[in-house]
Design a protein around this ligand. Structure first.
Ligand code: URQ
Ligand code: ZN
Ligand code: ZN
Length: 480
């Protein structure tokens, strides 16, 4: 099985050049012009188009059981939507219930993901703590290719990780060569504000952003960064949405701390006016955490991406349809939190980032694919166009146009947060594992074509970090 992608301009995170790409058995075998390929090779014509590493979405929740329901996109429909948008890999989340074995939850999610049509991996959430959690983290790293552990600082009385858990788990991550990641919102403040707002009689979706103002995220971002700094661990902040968090990350980075930041396509282009919609369903459809922010925060995120303060983009694809959202008809705290976007991310970022001049095509590749691969230690297997890398590629028509809509999207839900957005810059062919997986509106990949990919622990990187910690350990203060 071999495939030649001919006539395109290869765009990587660092350079752009005219070349054909030849793929054999799922890997990139040759890059260049006038390649010598067998007559029976399948050919994709990329003439006049760009050829980029397939998108990697580091933050999705396919078929997540959450807030009394289950997200509508499962691993088959969700990864199909990703392929339709040029995304060839996702990193999803295993979220054990408190007191549930991490390994039991991991195997549960692995079973759900077998029907994926594109590649997938898992962060594992730490939602409780005892010695068995510590042990199982070690097994997940050594045996199952997990190198990142998630901590929800929000969602009190559910999956919230309190500070004692953060300290124990971040320390364990450093021992294991794994990276801690956080959903940074102060769950105690959210809970308190929710009760206050409900007591005032505000039950609609407009109450949601009022219960999670930017400072609630900024405080938690600072706290998580400070805990990691004290322990000498790196840290990755997911769905950074507020200027306060970007500032906290920049300050830490300027002081030599290894802090990585992710932002969502949705938070880059939408603001909190969505919650003022007179239509309850439309306002509720935008209920996710952190919420869409007041105007101004979006610019801070764009500047964060341009400056390298933020490194990756994701979607937090966690799709609930209108009847599921209606569970919170009389109480906004019961509206299942989540929106979609795995299909739209690349076109939204190309339209609002590259076409606007904020990002170069090379920077686009960095923030949609390569940086995620590097941070989660799978570069250049993924996120690269290089001989030996996985043949995960997207043929991109920079002049192609489309109107984003729930009427045409692949997702199972009945709402699209980017409804009506006209984009110039769309995928025409998505290649996954060296096969045409999606082309001109038609899904070619089948359930089960997606493979789980391991993400190795960061041995050398962490050895260097630990060495630096030893050197930087505060000298014993001589009394007297
Ligand atoms: O918090 C998350 O990332 C999950 C539970 C998805 N929901 C959301 O509102 N972001
Ligand atoms: Zn989150
Ligand atoms: Zn999430």
């Amino acid at each position: 099985m071999s495939l030649l992608i001919r006539g395109g301009t290869v765009v990587t995170h660092e350079q752009s050049f005219r070349a054909d790409v030849y793929c054999v058995d799922g890997k990139i075998a040759a890059i260049g012009e006038n390649l010598d390929v067998p007559a029976d090779a399948e050919v994709v014509d990329a003439g006049g188009q760009l050829l980029m590493p397939g998108g990697i979405d580091p933050h999705t929740h396919m078929q997540l059981p959450f807030m009394g329901t289950v997200a509508k996109d499962d691993f088959e429909s969700g990864t199909a939507a990703g392929l339709a948008g040029g995304t060839t890999s996702i990193i999803d989340f295993v979220i054990p219930a408190p007191q549930q074995s991490l390994l039991e939850a991991y195997h549960q999610w692995r079973g759900w993901a077998e029907k994926s049509v594109a590649d997938y991996s898992f962060h594992v959430a730490i939602t409780w703590w005892d010695d068995s959690v510590r042990e199982e983290m070690g097994e997940l790293v050594s045996k199952y290719g997990v190198n990142s552990f998630k901590h929800f600082m929000a969602y009190k009385n559910a999956i919230m990780a309190t500070d004692d858990i953060l300290v124990e788990s971040f320390s364990r991550c450093l021992e294991l060569g794994a990276i801690p990641t956080v959903h940074a919102e102060n769950g105690e403040l959210v809970y308190h504000l929710q009760q206050q707002i409900l007591a005032k009689g505000i039950t609609g979706p407009e109450g949601h952003p009022q219960s999670r103002p930017p400072v609630v995220e900024g405080e938690a971002s600072n706290r998580a960064i400070s805990i990691a700094n004290t322990l000498g661990a790196p840290i990755y902040l997911v769905h950074v949405s507020a200027e306060e968090s970007v500032d906290a990350i920049r300050y830490a980075q300027n002081n030599g701390q290894h802090v990585f930041g992710e932002c969502l396509a949705g938070h880059l282009v939408l603001d909190d006016s969505v919650y003022q919609d007179s239509d309850w369903g439309r306002a509720a459809a935008h209920v996710m955490s952190p919420p869409f922010r007041p105007k101004g925060h979006q610019d801070a995120l764009w500047k964060g991406l341009q400056a390298g303060t933020l490194h990756t983009t994701a979607t937090d694809h966690c799709a609930f349809c209108s009847e599921q959202k209606a569970a919170g008809k009389d109480d906004f705290t019961k509206i299942p939190n989540g929106t979609a976007g795995v299909e739209e991310r690349l076109s939204v970022l190309w339209q609002k980032g590259v076409n606007s001049g904020k990002l170069t095509p090379n920077e686009f590749v960095a923030i949609t694919s390569t940086n995620t691969a590097k941070i989660f230690n799978v570069f250049p297997q993924k996120g690269a166009i290089a001989v030996g890398s996985d043949a995960d590629l997207v043929v991109w028509d920079p002049a192609g146009t489309k109107t984003l809509s729930a009427d045409t999207h692949m997702s199972n839900i009945d709402f699209n947060i980017f409804e009506g957005m006209q984009v110039t810059g769309i995928p025409t062919t998505t290649v996954a594992n060296g096969k045409v997986a999606w082309q001109e509106g038609e899904l070619k990949a089948k359930a089960g074509d997606g493979q789980y990919f391991n993400r190795p622990a960061y041995a050398s990187y962490y050895d260097a970090l630990k060495k630096r910690n030893e050197l930087a350990a505060p000298a014993a203060v001589k009394r007297g």
